[in-house]
Design a protein around this ligand. Sequence first.
Ligand code: M6R
Length: 373
Amino acid sequence: EKGGYKHFMLKEIYEQPRAVRDTILGRVGQESGRVFLDEMQIQPKEFAEFQNVRIVACGTSWHAALAGKFMIERLARIPVEVDYGSEFRYRDPIVNPNSLTVLISQSGETADTLAAQREAKSKGSRTLSICNVMGSMISREAAGTLLTHAGPEIGVASTKAFTAQLTALFILAMYLGQARGRQTPEQSQDLAQELLRIPAKLEHVLSADAHYEDLVKWLFKATDFLYLGRGIHYPIALEGALKLKEISYIHAEGYPAGEMKHGPNALIDESLPTVVLATADPEDEASVLRYEKTLSNIQEVKARGGKVVAVATEGMTDVTRSADHVIWVPPTRELLLPILEVVPLQLLAYHIAVRRGCDVDQPRNLAKSVTVE
Ligand code: M6R
């Protein structure tokens, strides 16, 4: 049932090209770049008129939500707020009928997210769910669902559901952008084509010989890790840190790269490995600028004696001058890079946990779905 893999988690990491491909399938026109959502109770006209979007989720799905904020704000120019399911109800949130509430949940059964959905509905908001399980509670209570087609996820640490969520959010962002006239046909075509290339690029990332076993030899004994990213890469830093915490029981923190100098720099020494997301779209000036800032952050860590593992873009080799180890992913558009760059972080966490002898598929104290508040 593990298809020859040692753990479900590893099998599911390798299923990501398929999970992403199936999530795109039938929703994005290859030639036109037009996006079609599944049948739902929310009308196209309503999508064009929502004044803001709120995304509510927990754990890994919350990290997808944070990345989704960048996608929707960039492509559709609608303000997006992101909340934890468990916090939403406790601050009497301001919700109105002009806001769309998006719930993200792999299982569709997370009690905190469901409670937030009910709260949003009671205040008159339309709710759309991004779920991996058809017929789950959250999807049944939503006015519409964008199903992620990751297939059943067994490993407690979410992997393929996450990349499928990022894919669904990108599709939703494109849809909103088109519905609101924020994307020219050329822009839509370009984004659609780049999206359609992601599954093959994921296959490439998975087939690259990145020497994780050698890499973890000098990492697996560390007691703390830092993960850094800027912009849309910050949520991926958080996700990398969560993967490591969940399955290897190593303390890890995700931080926005630029925030380091406001405090966390004090932690850096040779015993604290720092994992840095230093990818970029070489054709996008803003993305390259962001990348260059991240390179300076790597140099700051090095100057303080820290050890750096970077995830970087093939062809952009400056990073090799400062990082101790580089894992390469192919270039793509800035908003799609997260789907590629999270994979090395999943594999890193996996190999460290295996090396430490941890139960990767069923970490202590955790359940696959959290059905209590
Ligand atoms: O099923 P959900 O997406 O609603 O679950 C939310 C979190 O409980 C879940 O993502 C959790 O953080 C995972 N163990 C992460 O790997």
